[in-house]
Design a protein around this ligand. Structure first.
Ligand SMILES: Cc1cc2nc3c(=O)[nH]c(=O)nc-3n(C[C@H](O)[C@H](O)[C@H](O)COP(=O)(O)OP(=O)(O)OC[C@H]3O[C@@H](n4cnc5c(N)ncnc54)[C@H](O)[C@@H]3O)c2cc1C
Length: 370
């Protein structure tokens, strides 16, 4: 059996942040990621004229003016924000017999990132020791053993360690990770905490140029008809090519049943809102997060989407004598569910865990615990 001091489970922004903070404090860490890539809900794809522009199929925005932790991490990782394009009129779709052009107020400070939110993932990963991350390492169980914790992975591998940080969505823990000695109250709380955007699908539509801008349109659409209920300009900062993104309003069952019909309906909506030039995109990329079994739980599929509230302190304290901690964005005391929440949770939990090490010195726990 392998041994390390701390195992972090999940290489989204929260898990990567926690890992980096723990390594900077001199700890030996193994980061186990169930998928074959890091980033979790953050995923960008390359495209555009020369294939180097970044388009986001997960999160697209941060609000550095209002998010001091995002601001600080962007500086630390040398990532530059730029303003979301909002010049011109929006289109209201389904608010009358024809689409309506109208000015809509923008969001103060809404920003995109040079390199997309994936730049945060890459920046964190670059600063973590390369041998730390193990991909395709889905954790199935955590057991207390006499002198610490034993982490069991799919395929049978095990790691023995003093502490575990679970950086996976809380509902995924409740449904998929067997933890002995966990209290029913905590399990209920995990089940009640929605994973932000887990059941969402997003479409990114690539064009040769942002032609709507020349017609005085911002690229923004508010739609009652759909299938995209909101559309935004997602062109590269230099506008050398064009892109829009939209949130899909169809329920996940309908998306899965007929993806072809969804694509056709998206095409028709784009022409309705932006004219015939919209009929010939270079590409339409659909990312359905509801199909990601390590992110979207069964409860997320069954319940209407909900933004998580700031959860109770129960989510931010250590369990099993400070050997087990939780850090997904939804556990944060600031901006839960958002990128800022993931950074805050990763950093704060790492600090609390390190404080706990000062009392137990990260030594193997006594056999009486658990
Ligand atoms: C479509 C969409 C749009 C969004 N828009 C925005 C936005 O504009 N701005 C914003 O701030 N936020 C936005 N968000 C939310 C933002 O993406 C999340 O808050 C953030 O990425 C969460 O990071 P995390 O590390 O907490 O969790 P996740 O990114 O969910 O990472 C969890 C990781 O754990 C792994 N994992 C799960 N189970 C296991 C297991 N058993 N073993 C090992 N690994 C496991 C997963 O594979 C995953 O890599 C959006 C999200 C989506 C999906």
């Amino acid at each position: 059996m392998q041994e390390t001091e701390i195992v972090v489970v999940g290489a989204g922004i929260a898990g990567l942040t926690a890992t980096l903070c723990l390594q900077r404090a001199g700890k030996r860490v193994a980061l186990l990621e169930g998928a074959d890539r890091s980033g979790g809900r953050v995923r960008s794809i390359n495209g555009g004229l020369d294939g180097t522009a970044r388009f986001d199929t997960g999160p697209a925005w941060v609000w550095p003016r209002w998010q001091p932790h995002v601001q600080r991490w962007l500086e630390d990782l040398s990532i530059r924000p730029f303003a979301q394009f909002e010049g011109g009129e929006a289109v209201l779709d389904g608010f009358g017999p024809q689409v309506i052009r109208q000015h809509l107020p923008g969001q103060d400070g809404i920003s995109r990132l040079s390199g997309g939110p994936s730049a945060i993932v890459e920046g964190l990963e670059d600063r973590i020791r390369p041998e730390t991350i193990k991909f395709n390492a889905q954790v199935l169980a955590i057991d207390t053993v006499d002198d610490g914790l034993c982490v069991q992975m799919r395929g049978g591998d095990q790691i023995h360690c003093a502490k575990v940080v679970l950086a996976t969505p809380l509902r995924i823990i409740a449904e998929q990770i067997r933890i002995n000695a966990i209290e029913p109250e905590l399990r209920n709380l995990m089940q009640r905490t929605p994973t932000w955007m887990a059941q969402q699908a997003k479409a990114v539509i690539l064009y040769q140029a942002p032609f709507w801008r020349e017609r005085g349109l911002s690229g923004r659409v508010a739609s009652r008809t759909g299938p995209l209920v909101e559309i935004h300009d997602h062109s590269p900062e230099d506008a050398k090519s064009g892109a829009l993104f939209g949130f899909v309003g169809w329920p996940h069952e309908d998306r899965r049943r007929d993806p072809g019909a969804l694509r056709t309906a998206i095409g028709e909506q784009l022409v309705r809102c932006f004219g015939s030039e919209a009929a010939h995109p270079q590409d339409v990329i659909l990312q359905d997060w509801a199909t990601e079994s390590l992110i979207c739980s069964k409860i997320d599929l069954d319940e209407p989407p909900e933004h998580p509230d700031i959860g109770p302190e129960l989510l931010r304290r250590g369990y099993l004598s400070d050997r087990l901690w939780f850090v997904a964005s939804e556990t944060a005391s600031i901006s839960p569910g958002l990128i800022e929440g993931a950074l805050v949770a990763g950093e704060t939990t790492a600090m609390r865990l390190l404080e706990s090490c000062q009392t137990d010195n990260c030594l193997p726990a006594p056999s009486s615990v658990g």
